[in-house]
Design a protein around this ligand. Structure first.
Ligand code: ZN
Length: 488
């Protein structure tokens, strides 16, 4: 099986190949039961499209406009090393002789970030028994997801960290069809090399063809293809010749995968403290926004469970500068802005909320994007700023409660719960408001978002007031605080 040519991608109409998706006019829907695997597959398939088409920015523009013909695909295939993408070697390598090669159940790969002792690590399932066998085709999505998310403390305290670091946020440009989405997220090599400031002799072979060596993996030496499929573990999957129904895609298969073996790479990427301190530099993964601080560059990650992606949306699209750090959008966003693509698109923001190597939640949000990103950026940032301002007002309105002499933890708990309810409900309000981003004038858009956000803040605040109406000191503080809700 070859990942560029053969039918390994699960869709609602059965398994199809990357070539079929890219060269036919039919729209396909991916079919994977877990949205994190869906997100991983979008990135894996866009990265494979990058590998096979290997386009310059000019070529990519033409593919996005006119599509890819079968002939173009086949001609592109001849120019690359297609055997790198054979299923029996893709993103897999054997450890040096004599090292440990521990086996684990396949379930451990599903959460993407897995931790040996944490009860949360498998918290993505209601029932762990629902995911214990997969088909050989799904191995690649799971393996990719693991390598793009893994953080050192997963797989025990001395594990390896992947090229992006643990739990990084991904931003993708979703198109009107799967084909369009994959092309939107294909990377033009000429543009990327310049952006990433790679060395001219950076290695572009995948790591399963020429392994990483040395103790520090310098970002400038890692070429585009090498980085898109970067490894942190030697990994191998045991394929049984027994039939199964796959717990990830639902297909019947005559082979089954229950377990895998792995052993960590011993060097460090710039995504780790060791790597940063040695000047390795963070490899600018094209789907991840980055934070630039005085001591180095970091992948942008999701925060805690009360955090919602709308709060950072502006920085994912235009960036943000504070006195402590600068957040830059992912490369794919800047590439897309340059393309001036007139088609309808959405921004997909996804990732895991991770804590100590375990997963406590997931992010998978779609935002409607203006058809002209360059012209309408202000519209988006105004809506986000309105949300952040309202959140700040709500926070101040609750602060009067801290003055009544009650236990800080108790009062902080009331406020914390209400604040996270606001940021969760504002998520929907903002997503809905941005649906009108093409139709409404900036001022109208902002105004209606402001009204809805204020109503939501008021609803939540009044709910807390009602709950504590018989607790006189708290109630009085809340009455006093209410005015802050409306002060910008
Ligand atoms: Zn499967």
């Amino acid at each position: 099986m070859n990942l560029l040519k053969d039918d390994f991608i699960s869709t609602t109409t059965g398994k199809v190949s990357l070539k079929t998706i890219l060269t036919s006019d039919q729209d396909y829907q991916l079919q994977y039961y877990f949205d994190e695997i869906q997100l991983a597959m979008l990135q894996l398939l866009s990265s494979l499209t990058t590998a096979v088409l290997n386009p310059t920015i000019a070529e990519l523009k033409s593919y996005m406009k006119q599509g890819v013909s079968e002939k173009q695909f086949d001609e592109a295939l001849i120019k690359i090393n297609e055997e790198w993408f054979d299923a029996d070697c893709f993103m897999q390598s054997k450890p040096p002789v004599g090292v440990k090669w521990p086996e684990a159940p396949i379930t451990k790969m599903l959460s993407g970030i897995e931790c040996g002792t944490s009860p949360n690590a498998i918290g993505l399932f209601s029932d762990i028994e629902k995911a214990k066998v997969i088909c050989p085709d799904c191995v690649h999505g799971l393996n990719y997801n693991l390598h793009m998310n893994i953080k050192g403390e997963c797989f025990g305290p001395t594990g390896a960290t992947g090229i992006r670091g643990g739990g990084a946020i991904s931003t993708l440009i979703a198109g009107e069809s799967l084909k369009q989405t994959l092309l939107n997220n294909t990377i033009s090599h000429d543009h990327f090399i310049e952006y990433a400031q790679l060395n001219t002799n950076a290695n572009n072979e995948p790591m399963w063809i020429s392994a990483q060596t040395g103790s520090i993996y310098r970002a400038q030496n890692i070429g585009l293809i090498r980085g898109l499929f970067a490894l942190a573990y030697h990994i191998d999957f045991s394929i049984d010749n027994s039939p199964c129904r796959c717990d990830v895609c639902g297909s019947e298969s005559h082979q089954s995968v229950y377990a895998f073996n792995r052993e960590k790479y011993t060097g460090h990427y710039g995504s780790t403290k060791n790597g940063r301190d040695s000047g390795a530099g963070w490899w600018p993964h094209p789907y991840t926004p980055r934070t630039i601080k005085e001591d180095g560059v970091y992948a942008v990650c999701a925060r805690d469970q009360s955090w919602q992606s709308w709060q950072e949306l502006s920085s994912y699209i235009v960036g943000k500068e504070t006195d402590k750090a600068m957040v830059e959008p992912a490369y794919i966003i800047t590439q897309f802005q340059e393309m001036k693509n007139p088609r309808q698109t959405n921004l997909l923001v996804g990732g895991n909320i991770a804590d100590q190597g375990s997963i406590t939640g997931r992010v998978y949000d779609l935002y409607c994007m203006p058809s002209s990103l360059n012209m309408s950026l202000r519209k988006i940032t105004q809506v986000i700023d309105a949300g952040l301002a309202q959140q700040e007002c709500l926070s101040r309105a609750f602060n009067k409660m801290f003055g009544v002499g009650y236990d800080k933890k108790f009062v902080g708990g009331i406020k914390g719960e209400a604040m996270s309810r606001f940021s969760a409900n504002a998520q929907q309000i903002i997503q809905l408001a941005l649906l009108d981003v093409n139709r409404s004038e900036a001022t109208v858009l902002r105004k209606s978002a402001v009204i809805e956000l204020q109503q939501e803040a008021k609803r939540i605040f009044n709910g807390v007031q009602r709950k504590y109406q018989h607790d006189l000191p708290l109630f009085k503080a809340l009455v006093k605080g209410e005015i802050a809700l409306y002060k910008k």
